[in-house]
Design a protein around this ligand. Structure first.
Ligand code: PMP
Length: 563
């Protein structure tokens, strides 16, 4: 059966909004768009069934309760669980992993070991770190090659003290799948003790695969509905019933008890003892519609289309001069991750955003993996079944256009003033750049954001490359890409120099320095700089992290002046 991404896409109302007609959405690993039936189900819940579950005997409460338990049963089928009692609703995968970390570690003793991998999302790393600290547990990691776990070598880190193995089903940063069949075979063959628990973070799997926890063979499986066309605010934890029965609850509160005394309580039966408080009821309704929606699709044909498209995406990217691809299309969950030596990842993403192409940039909440691969940030394009060859073509055209532009405006060479052989003194191996031509009034008078953005990018050209200040000491924390700032006092005025691997950060740095370089003590206050930033509309147009980056530069500049 052939699959039509165009027909599939028609079921997603966001794409038919006038403002989104040209949108190329390639940020699906962060969250997918929602089909109309999911949006309708959330609305319908509030229109027809809104009441809290369980605690009341009225008609609406019964309807809401029935809906929740129906969706639980559907979720059990969706994941291949044996019973709805094996399904716990959480706010998302992060909460699910925190639940498991807290409940599973409760009975462990100092020296017990947890095996994780370098490819974990922070959500499957930080909770275990926190519990390890609390209980004196030891974290061990599957051997890896440049960050990619070598699952066939996991036996090297298993020991009689291993109590938990928690690994991702696939990397959200580079896309590679974990070899769960090998993992299953090794865990079965190697371990004699039976008190080992195996958790799979399946967050990236369900959009692409029909999940079957029985076939995987894990004890626990965690995912978030928003990654597979469902709503945000709802996640699933699957746990083997026999194991869940013995597991202590994590959070306490209403709904998870049968009786409460002043000093002790009895907990409810499975699965409610793991669901303290009011659940995300409307989101559960949306999840139900999503599972029904996926049940009607030809999942094999969808997966085939995604694989073909992913191969095409990698092929096209591999032909872009100098571009370094960190991902591989084989055994991959729809993700291409790349960097370019002449352009910071953040500048690529910002440029693509200007062409209405949504990708993600950064460490993708997988810092250990990216560091092991030798990077701090990549551009990630992630696709699902509604993406098409046209989307890929638009992405490639956008990147090529950017690179062409870079060729036309080659990076400024180290200026005479900035070079170490220049007039720089021994004491100060850098000279400030000449910012005299930067005209803030002209920038403010520009009518639209696009013109202002172009001007700020052009201001980056006055900032020369200064290898001598690119050191950890001068690195400004809080910027999405690397930025270095130095300061000295000269004849009663403050002098600064900045450098960055990102053109937009250089441009913002030039804006900042145009106001503070060469001024005397107290002549300008941080609030004035934030005001300029706001008045230029930068806070609305730049991502929050860019705004934070600018604030971090301002903060560092004033700290240096005060020092
Ligand atoms: N694990 C992986 C592999 C993920 O990709 C994500 C989300 N990016 C999470 C965990 C956390 O999911 P959520 O933010 O929905 O809790």
């Amino acid at each position: 059966m052939t699959f039509s991404p165009q027909e599939f896409k028609q079921q997603f109302p966001l794409f038919s909004q006038a403002e989104n007609r040209d949108l190329v959405y390639l940020d699906n690993a962060a969250t997918t768009q929602k089909p109309g039936c999911v949006i309708d189900a959330i609305r319908d819940f509030y229109l027809h069934s809104n009441a809290n579950t369980h605690r009341s005997s009225h008609r609406l409460a019964r309807r809401a309760t029935d809906m929740v338990e129906r969706v639980r049963a559907a979720s059990a089928c969706f994941l291949g669980a044996q019973s709805p009692r094996e399904i716990i609703f959480t706010r998302g995968a992060t909460e699910g992993l925190n639940l498991l970390a807290n409940s599973l570690c409760r009975g462990l003793v100092a020296g017990d070991e947890i095996v994780l991998s370098t490819a974990e999302h922070h959500a499957n790393l930080v909770p275990w770190q926190m519990l390890a600290e609390q209980h004196g547990l030891v974290l061990r990691f599957v051997p890896d090659a440049n960050g990619v776990p070598q699952i066939d070598r996991i036996a090297e880190v298993l020991s009689p003290r291993t109590k938990i193995v928690s690994v991702t089903g696939g990397s959200n940063a580079l896309g590679f799948r974990t070899d769960l069949a090998t993992l299953r075979a090794t865990l079965r063959a190697t371990l004699s003790q039976r008190d080992l628990r195996w958790v799979v973070d399946g967050s990236q799997l369900a959009a692409h695969d029909v999940v079957d926890v029985a076939a995987i063979g894990c004890d626990f499986f965690v995912c978030s509905a928003h990654k597979f066309y469902g709503p945000t605010g709802i996640g699933l934890v699957y746990g083997r019933e026999a194991l869940l029965r013995d597991l202590p609850p994590w959070q306490g509160g209403g709904e998870m008890i049968t009786s409460v005394d002043l000093l002790a309580s009895d907990y409810a039966d499975l699965p409610h003892r793991f669901e303290a408080g009011t659940s995300s009821l409307a989101a559960i309704a949306g999840l139900g519609a999503c599972i029904e929606f996926l049940g009607k699709q030809d999942r094999r044909a969808m997966a085939q289309h995604e694989q073909t498209l992913l191969a095409y995406l990698h092929d096209r990217l591999s032909k872009v001069p100098e571009l370094e691809l960190l991902s591989n299309p084989r055994n991959n969950l729809g993700i291409a991750s790349f960097v370019h030596p002449r352009c910071a990842a953040i500048d690529i993403a910002q440029w693509l955003d200007g062409r209405d192409i949504a990708v993600r940039v950064g460490h993708h909440c997988a810092q250990p993996l990216l560091h092991a691969a030798g990077h701090t940030a990549t551009v990630r394009a992630s696709l699902v079944a509604y993406n098409s060859r046209e989307d890929v073509d638009r992405l490639i055209a956008g990147i090529e256009e950017l690179l062409q532009q870079l060729d036309d405006t080659a990076e400024p060479q180290p200026s005479a003033a900035g070079s170490s052989e220049s007039a720089a003194t021994e004491a100060y191996p850098w000279q400030p750049d000449d910012l005299s031509k930067l005209d803030l009034d002209a920038l403010c008078n520009q009518k639209n954001w696009q013109d202002r953005y172009r001007t700020i990018m052009s201001w980056a050209k006055v900032i020369s490359r200064k290898d001598q200040i690119r050191t950890t000491e001068h690195l400004v924390q809080g910027c999405e890409s690397s930025a270095w700032l130095v300061h000295r006092q000269e004849a009663g005025v403050h002098r600064f120099a900045i450098d960055s691997d990102s053109r937009i950060v250089k441009g913002l740095g030039a804006l900042l320095l145009s106001q503070i370089d060469g001024v005397s003590e107290g002549a300008v206050a941080p609030s004035e700089l934030h005001q300029i930033f706001d008045e230029l509309g930068l806070s609305q147009q730049l991502s929050e992290s860019r705004g934070n980056g600018f604030r971090a530069l301002v903060q560092r500049a004033f700290d240096l002046m005060d020092a």
